[in-house]
Write a protein that binds this ligand. Structure first.
Ligand SMILES: C[S@@+](CC[C@H](N)C(=O)[O-])C[C@H]1O[C@@H](n2cnc3c(N)ncnc32)[C@H](O)[C@@H]1O
Length: 281
């Protein structure tokens, strides 16, 4: 079978299974199987595939039909300016979270050394992106998931930051180090009702531990806000990603816990998703 034939067959099959972007996914899968860039495939559509590659292609295609996200099938996802390795132990880095990076960088002057903590690091995409932009900073990143920490460490190595970020597998409840200038966190914040309504790609494949914020979605946000009071320096910043209907409740929790709200910013679709606050005392 030649490239163009397998791409047509693959995309038809995915389309039948109601997968969005069937042709693009087929191309990406073929490019993984034969380890060549998409451009090379498009320039050589009459090239023949080896039988073993046809088998591999079919296997990946079946995984995609089961709604497995492309980031897990391919094993990577681009976020901010870099490529991050991903597997089913970690949440797939989202474009929305890039807003958190943009906001956080405003509070990290390029020449200064700041001590940063990333709570719930997952793939490490937030802290690694920040440290790539602010190499003088010192960072710790924690996650309750041992496997997520493994992925984050691999990503740090990939981006030559393994000696600059201290990764710790720990529950935020048990973490005791303090004196941070800035804490950043994208905690799980989806409530039980919304969790059930998520697309199958997310609901059946991404880790529930990374998504579920309890019945009201605020369980982990509250934990992070309360815990950060002890971990931050006075005037330290707490920067949170929140769900699109959590601005008011989250602001209230922050105010009740003695934080001043500096800014609430919108994501690409105009929803308020990032809160910057300051620990006052
Ligand atoms: C929404 S994901 C964010 C992952 C990554 N920071 C990102 O933005 O793509 C939340 C992460 O918090 C971690 N987590 C959940 N509960 C935690 C806890 N009690 N202590 C520490 N980490 C926790 C999960 O394992 C998951 O990796």
């Amino acid at each position: 079978m030649i490239y163009s034939e397998i791409l047509t067959k693959g995309s038809k099959f995915l389309k039948k299974k109601k997968i969005q972007n069937p042709y693009l996914d087929s191309e990406l899968i073929l490019s993984k199987v034969i380890n060549k860039k998409r451009e090379e495939i498009l320039l050589n559509t009459n090239n023949k595939l080896k039988n073993k590659d046809i088998v591999k292609f079919k296997n990946y295609l079946c995984r995609r039909c089961e709604k497995e996200p492309m980031a897990y099938i391919l094993g990577y996802k681009y976020f901010w300016k870099h490529k991050f390795l991903t597997n089913k132990s970690v949440l797939i880095p989202r474009p929305d979270t890039e807003q958190v990076i943009a906001e956080t960088l405003k509070y990290l002057p390029i020449e200064k050394t700041k001590k940063i903590l990333d709570i719930g690091t997952g793939s490490g995409c937030i802290i690694i992106s920040l440290l790539k932009e602010r190499p003088k900073c010192i960072a710790t990143a924690i996650d309750i998931s041992k496997n997520a920490i493994k992925v984050a460490k691999t990503n740090a190595k990939l981006h030559q930051l393994e000696n600059k970020i201290n990764f710790i597998n720990i529950d935020i409840d048990k973490y005791k180090s303090y004196n941070y200038d800035l804490i950043v966190s994208n905690p799980p914040y989806i409530n039980s009702v919304e969790l059930n309504r998520l697309d199958d790609d997310i609901k059946f494949h991404e880790p529930t531990l990374a998504l579920s914020g309890g019945s009201d979605g605020l369980r982990d946000l509250k934990k992070v806000i309360i815990k950060s009071k002890n971990l931050l320096k006075i005037n330290g910043k707490l920067i949170l990603e929140i769900g699109h209907r959590q601005k008011n409740k989250c602001s209230k929790i922050l105010n009740e816990n003695g934080y001043y709200i500096n800014q609430i910013s919108k994501d690409l679709s105009g929803k308020e998703r990032c809160i910057v606050s300051t620990k006052l005392k």
